[in-house]
Design a protein around this ligand. Sequence first.
Ligand SMILES: Cc1cc2nc3c(=O)[nH]c(=O)nc-3n(C[C@H](O)[C@H](O)[C@H](O)COP(=O)(O)OP(=O)(O)OC[C@H]3O[C@@H](n4cnc5c(N)ncnc54)[C@H](O)[C@@H]3O)c2cc1C
Length: 451
Amino acid sequence: MKDYEVIIVGGGPAGIFAALTLAEGGATDVLLLEQGKGIGKRIRHCAGDMLCGWGGAGAYSDGKLTLSTEVGGHLGDFLDDRALFDLLAEADRVYVEHGAPDRLFGDLTPEVEELGEKARLAGLEFIPSRIRHIGTENCVNVLGRMYESLSGKIEICTDCHVESLLAQEGRIVGVKLADGEIRYGRHVIVAPGRSGAGWMKGEAKSLGIRTMASAVDIGVRVELPATVLKPLTDVSYESKLVYYSKSFDDRVRTFCMNPYGEVVAESNEGLVTVNGHSYASKKSDNTNFAILVSSSFTEPFDDPIAYGRYIAQLANLLGQGVIVQRLGDLLQGRRSTKERIAKCLTRPTLGDATPGDLSFVFPYRHLKNIIEMLQAMDSLAPGVSSRHTLLYGVEVKFYSNRIEVSKELETTVANLFAVGDGAGITRGLLQASASGILAARAVADRLGHSQ
Ligand SMILES: Cc1cc2nc3c(=O)[nH]c(=O)nc-3n(C[C@H](O)[C@H](O)[C@H](O)COP(=O)(O)OP(=O)(O)OC[C@H]3O[C@@H](n4cnc5c(N)ncnc54)[C@H](O)[C@@H]3O)c2cc1C
C-alpha cells in the first residue's frame, strides 16, 4: 500500500495553500482529499456545494483579502507581528499571481488618519486595514487557477470524504476514507474549514488532542443607502469599527462592510441566517455591514455554539427565515410590516426577509449594544441611526473549537498539523491561506524539501 509523504484533508484556501507551498518546494508525493465536488461541478445555490468542494467556503466568499495582522484569526499567537505581516503579504502575492486584482484599498492616507481621529471623538476605535477585493464572481476563477497550478504536481481527489484520522503510538499514520479504504501518510495536514469543524472536534477528542470553545458572535446585518456611509467607504473600503457599550462595557464591532453590496440569506446547518456580499462589477444603491456582539460562557454552561443557534432558531421560528425591521420601528417598540417596509427609504436588497420585530429575538443586552453602536456611528456618518436604516436578523458567526497546536501548527499527535478555520485558528481567507503555508513549511523542512 502506498505511503504518501503528505496527505492534506480539505481543499479550501488553507489546504490549497499548503499544497501550493509543498509543490513549490518540490514535494510530489502529496495527496489532497476534498469531500466536495471539483470547482467546475459546484453549483453555488445548492446547499451542499456552498461551503464544500474545491476552494471550500472561499469559492463563494466575498473575496476580501484583509492585509492586517489584527483581523482574520489567531496566527498572531504563533508569529510576531513582522513575521505575520510578511506571511500574509506572501499569501496575498499568490492570490495576485492567480488572478486577484492588483488594486489595494485602504492605504494609510491622511484621510484615513483623519477618519481615525473622528471615530475616536465618536467613542469608536477605527482599525484601518488594507484590502484586496477579488469579488464573489472572481473567487471561483482564482481558486480554479490554483487547481491548474497544482495539477500534475500532486494528486487531488474530490468527492473523497475522510472519515477518520489514524494514529499509532502518538504519531499520525494516515486517514480512513468514507468507503473504508485507508490512505497512509507520514504527515497529515487537516484543513477542514467551518463545515468540517464538528468532524475535527470529534477526531481531536478520539486522538486525545485538547480543544477550547471559542466565543460566538451574534448580531444584525445593517443596510442603508450607500451615500450615508460614503464618507467612510470612500476613504477606507472596509471600515472596521469597535465600540465598548456604555450599558454593558461589551465589545461591539462592525464586520464585513459591503459598499454597494447585497444582503443575502444563507443556510447554516438547518438555520437560515443573514450575510452580505458585494460584486466587483455589479453595484446596488446600498451599503451593508454587520454589527456583532461577542458572547462567551464559563460555567455551568460553556457551549457558545448552542447559544448562537438558539437565538438564530428564534428568528427562524418567528420569521420563518430572516427577519427585517426598520430601525425606526424597533425604537418605537412596534414590528415592521410589508406596508412599513414599502415606505422605507432604504430599498431592501434581500427581497424575501419577513418584516417583523427583532426585539422578540435578541436578549436586551445584545439589542442595547447594537442600538448604542448605531448611535455612535451616527456621529461619524450622519444617517446611520436613521429610522430608515434596515436591520436584518440574525447574523451569527460560529467559530470552531480551537485545537491545541504548536508554533508550527502541529498538534500533540506527531506529524499531524491542524490549520485554517476548522481548527479554530483562523477566521478569514488570508490567515487561513497563511496557516496552510506555515504548516507546509514545517513539513517541507522535515522532508528536506525547504527552499
Ligand atoms: C459567504 C461567505 C463570505 C465570506 N467572505 C469572506 C471575505 O470576504 N474575506 C475573508 O477573509 N473571508 C471570508 N469568508 C471566510 C472564508 O471563506 C474562510 O475563512 C476560508 O474559506 C477558510 O478556509 P479553510 O480552508 O480553513 O476552510 P474552508 O474554505 O471551509 O475549506 C475546508 C474544506 O475542507 C473540506 N472538508 C471538511 N471536512 C472534510 C473531510 N472530513 N474530508 C474531506 N474534506 C473535508 C470541506 O468540504 C471544504 O471544502 C467568507 C465565508 C463565507 C461563508
